[in-house]
Design a binder for this molecule. Structure first.
Ligand code: NAD
Length: 310
């Protein structure tokens, strides 16, 4: 299959490259390396790299014209500076609109989009069903929500996945790399009083094979284990993994830009795709820590503001 992956040099994108190249798919990556890394896109047969932004319509159009993708995975996103509304808008709104228009113009068979659970805002019910109203309240959430709407408007069969926190090789966002890096360096930590839903990369990749198959369902689906676990639970597992026992750690109220609990109801996804996650919470975190033991943690990004005084 000919698959165009925007943001293919990022965490999810590069894991998809490693997963799909051996299956013989032809892949084209469009990435501006805002948070992704050039070295994650190897120079091998079957893989083409285009350096550029999805916000540049001429670049997007040239990629579609030259490569004629059958499937598009839209993984490019801007989030690293919560105050950079302009870049979030360029990448997440305008970039998604360009991808939507190009996919329609070039007869793409299906688009798979990755959406943040922040599209639901502060949820009215838990676990959050995929038909819960959208109520984003951060630059990342607002712009990703607008971008998703353009993709759904395109007329191209589109599967938009509201993702739990996917863990796996090169994860550089959130509490797991942060605690691992800081505790290893002897630095202090704090836990926000929040809970999140995690999904192992292997479960995500198994799902993605189903997502690009002929005749796969389209529409909006949650992809998750459906279980919320507190940030404090993660801290305890990281401390235990590093042989630090059970140290005291301050638990601070969720920031104004944060959501107290995210647990996504993926029962409709399980039924529609015949998919089940195989890894449960503690395994997911310990597999991630084993990966950091072997490979280390590099940069850590966040779409959240640092709480005052931290
Ligand atoms: N990883 C998760 O758990 C998770 C959860 C929810 C949603 N998502 C979504 O999944 C997608 C991938 O996330 P990730 O964790 O791999 O993040 P990532 O930062 O590792 O990957 C994003 C990629 O997009 C690229 N990019 C940014 N702006 C671009 C632009 N204007 N043009 C082209 N490329 C651009 C970056 O350089 C990077 O390679 C994003 O859309 C994100 O919103 C991820």
């Amino acid at each position: 299959m000919r698959i165009l992956i925007t943001g293919g040099a990022g965490c999810l994108g590069s894991n998809l490259l490693e997963h799909w190249l051996p299956q013989g798919h032809q892949l084209l990556v469009l990435d501006n390396f805002a948070t992704g890394k050039r070295e994650l896109v190897p120079q091998v047969d079957g893989l083409t790299l285009v350096e550029g932004s999805v916000a540049d319509s001429a670049t997007v159009e040239a990629c579609f014209a030259r490569f004629a993708p059958e499937v598009v995975i839209h993984s490019a996103a801007s989030y690293k500076d919560p105050d950079d509304w302009a870049e979030d808008t360029r990448t997440n709104v305008l970039g998604s609109a360009h991808v939507a228009k190009a996919a329609a113009a070039h007869g793409v068979r299906r688009v798979v989009n990755f959406q943040t659970a922040l599209c639901y805002g502060r949820p009215r019910q838990l676990p959050i069903p995929a038909d819960h109203p959208s109520a984003p309240f951060t630059s990342y959430g607002i712009t990703k929500t607008a971008g998703e709407q353009f993709l759904l408007l395109s007329g191209v069969p589109t599967l938009s996945l509201r993702l739990a926190n996917v863990t796996g090789p090169r994860l550089a966002i959130g509490p797991i790399p942060t605690f691992y890096k800081r505790l290893k360096a002897g630095q202090s930590c704090f836990c926000s009083d929040t809970a999140r839903d995690f999904l192992d990369m292997q479960d995500f990749l198994r799902f993605m094979d189903l997502a690009i198959a002929d005749g796969a369902p389209s529409g909006v689906f949650n992809l998750s284990t459906g279980e919320a676990h507190t940030i404090r639970e993660i801290f305890d597992i990281v401390a235990d993994h590093l042989g630090l026992g059970r140290p005291e750690v301050p638990v601070v109220p969720a920031g104004a830009d944060d959501v107290p609990v995210v647990a996504l109801d993926a029962s409709a996804t399980r039924a529609a795709f015949g998919w089940q996650p195989r890894f449960a919470f503690e395994d997911i975190i310990r597999r991630q820590l084993a990966w950091y033991d072997a490979h280390g943690v590099t940069d850590v990004y966040s779409h959240l503001k640092q709480p005052a005084g931290r």
